[in-house]
Design a protein around this ligand. Structure first.
Ligand code: FES
Length: 557
């Protein structure tokens, strides 16, 4: 079962040397005859969403030992969305490489991957998929609900909502500071159905996490119990030699996409699932996401598109309850990290009627179709995406307006609140050069701020489009991931102030009302941007990152 991990051209000597250097852990030869399980510990104080996980790592170790394995904990690069500039997405592929190389290089038979904040789980699943040794994902869990004056607060939908109100002048300095204290009230990752919660939910649906692993809050006893059980399960998985490639099949990815659509999950997950699948030689394209979205009812009433948060979903039965309701649509024979099939995992799951406002019945959903739509047209030949159910001003779902163009993040920041900016509520705000290559890393700036003067007039939503991403916690009529991006010559980079742009979500249209001849002329005059880096990770990233519709992994992976 153990893969050879020899060096020095003499396997016997390698083992002799390893044993000599392991003894300081109190281990002896017997410990290494057992399944040896790595724990890719992503504890970090700069990744706030993972700062509480050390006791959980200890519980995972307990579980491994109880089941007859030997745990070996090691660190992995750990980045949190709020503290990392310009975005953790820039580093997702680096974490994936770190994870793959550690799993491959170390003398371990399987790994527990510790996820949580947005990019950590997909990065580690990408790495584990390439390494292809048995692996289970465990996360530190979501925060508890925040509370302010009797209202539930969610990080970070309400961070954005109240900041917008503060800028509009409807919330004062004192109140915004009070709200700030309650937005992230406990340990854990963001607790609305943002990117962290969505990727955890999809990992459960994919079969790479224990049933119930996504929703149990970071502070609940259940989270510690889940940690111990994860430790036990990875040892069983190693003994059965069930690998990520046995679990993450094409049909399992279809299950994950169905859950993504049914929970109104984060648009970022489209990129991550595509990248994870690619590591296993499975091609996911935007047409598949669109088809599955049309076929999958939206049943989980979760913010930002719905009403509830992860703590509520946990009480309603978590992702197993969502899967149970979706069961007729799922590929039920896929194997999971429990060693059982999806069908077997769901055999004892029930949904209590009292929680029916959180997980709706399949025949009485919140919406007949899923939470993400794929738009096409001359503005995004390779696709772009939008969350139709997160639109605030429903009159904007079919809209024509004149472009107000910002040619970079810096340009946007400098001008969006300029009182002299020529903009109306019907304008379409365009952000260029913020894509995978352009920014680099596609920062979460897609929810372009409503210009200050319009906020003061009561405007709370506008059509906005960009080649970057938005946080899964964000909302509004926001078109994202426009591909190809501006920095590599995509049509989004050719838009000029005053061009008319047409959005028709129902018919999935995003068009730039400029003739082909004029666009060709602009293309001839387009100057490819130059970048400062001539060395290092950012240089490598810009040179090799793929576009959003291809998952933004490196082209050499
Ligand atoms: Fe870590 Fe939101 S900042 S999940």
């Amino acid at each position: 079962m153990k893969k050879s991990n020899a060096s020095y051209g003499d396997e016997g000597f390698s083992e002799f040397l390893k044993m000599a250097f392991r003894r300081h852990l109190g281990h002896d030869e017997e410990d290494y005859a057992k399944p040896v399980v790595g724990i890719s510990n992503t504890f970090s104080e700069v990744n706030r969403c993972h700062s509480h996980i050390q006791p959980m790592v200890e519980a995972i170790k307990q579980g491994i030992i109880m089941e007859g394995g030997t745990p070996l904990e090691f660190p992995i690069m750990s980045v949190g969305e709020m503290f990392t500039s310009p975005t953790t997405m820039l580093y997702r592929n680096l974490v994936a490489m770190d994870t793959e190389e550690m799993i491959t290089a170390q003398p371990i038979d399987g790994t527990v991957l510790i996820g949580g904040c947005d990019k950590m789980a997909p990065a580690q699943l990408m790495g584990a998929a390439s390494a292809d040794k048995p692996a289970i994902l465990f996360t530190g869990g979501p925060m508890n609900n925040g509370k302010y004056k009797g209202k539930t607060l969610g990080a970070c939908s309400d961070c954005r909502f109240y900041w917008q109100e503060y800028k509009a002048g409807t919330v004062d300095e004192k109140e915004i500071n009070e709200i700030n204290k309650q937005l992230a009230p406990t340990a854990g990752h963001c607790m609305v159905m943002g990117s962290a919660s969505t990727i955890a939910a999809c990992s459960e649906a994919l079969g790479m996490m224990l049933p119930g692993g996504a929703a149990a809050p970071a502070t609940y006893n259940e989270r510690m119990h889940m940690a111990r059980e994860t430790g036990r399960e990875i040892v069983r998985l190693v003994k059965k030699d069930i690998k990520p490639s046995d679990i993450m099949t094409t049909k399992a990815f279809e299950n994950a996409i169905k859950v993504l659509m049914a929970i109104g999950g984060s648009t970022n997950t489209v990129i991550h699932l595509t990248a994870m699948a690619k590591r296993l030689g499975i091609t996911l394209n935007l047409d598949q996401f669109e088809r599955i979205s049309k076929e999958t009812p939206f049943i989980a009433n979760m913010r930002p598109a719905g009403k509830y948060q992860m703590e509520d979903l946990y009480h309603a039965g978590g992702i197993p309850a969502v899967l149970k309701e979706l069961e007729p649509l799922l590929n039920e024979n896929e194997i999971t990290v429990t060693g059982k099939t999806v069908k077997e995992n769901l055999s004892s799951v029930t949904i209590e009627e009292v929680y029916r406002d959180i997980v709706k019945p399949l025949d009485d959903p919140l919406h007949a179709d899923g939470g993400i739509a794929v738009l096409k047209g001359n503005l995004s030949p390779n696709g772009s995406i939008i969350k139709p159910k997160a639109v605030i001003d429903k009159t904007l779902v079919k809209h024509k307006g004149k472009a107000v163009v910002f040619n970079s993040l810096e340009d946007m920041e400098a001008r969006v609140n300029d009182p002299d900016l020529e903009v109306t509520k019907d304008s379409v705000l365009v952000l260029q050069n913020a894509g995978p290559v352009g920014a680099p890393g596609m920062p979460e700036a897609g929810m372009i701020p409503i210009p200050g003067k319009l906020l003061k007039q009561g405007v709370r939503d506008m059509v906005r489009l960009s080649d970057c991403r938005m946080s899964g916690t964000a909302f509004g009529t926001v078109i994202l991931h426009v591909a190809p991006e501006a920095a590599i010559g995509g049509p989004i980079g050719l838009i000029k102030d005053g061009d008319e742009i047409e959005l028709d979500i129902e018919n999935r249209i995003l068009n730039l009302d400029v003739s082909d001849a004029e666009l060709e002329k602009r293309k001839q005059n387009w100057n490819k941007p130059t970048f400062d880096e001539d060395r290092g990770y950012k240089w490598l990233y810009r040179k090799h990152v793929l576009q959003a519709d291809e998952g933004c992994d490196f082209d050499f992976m």
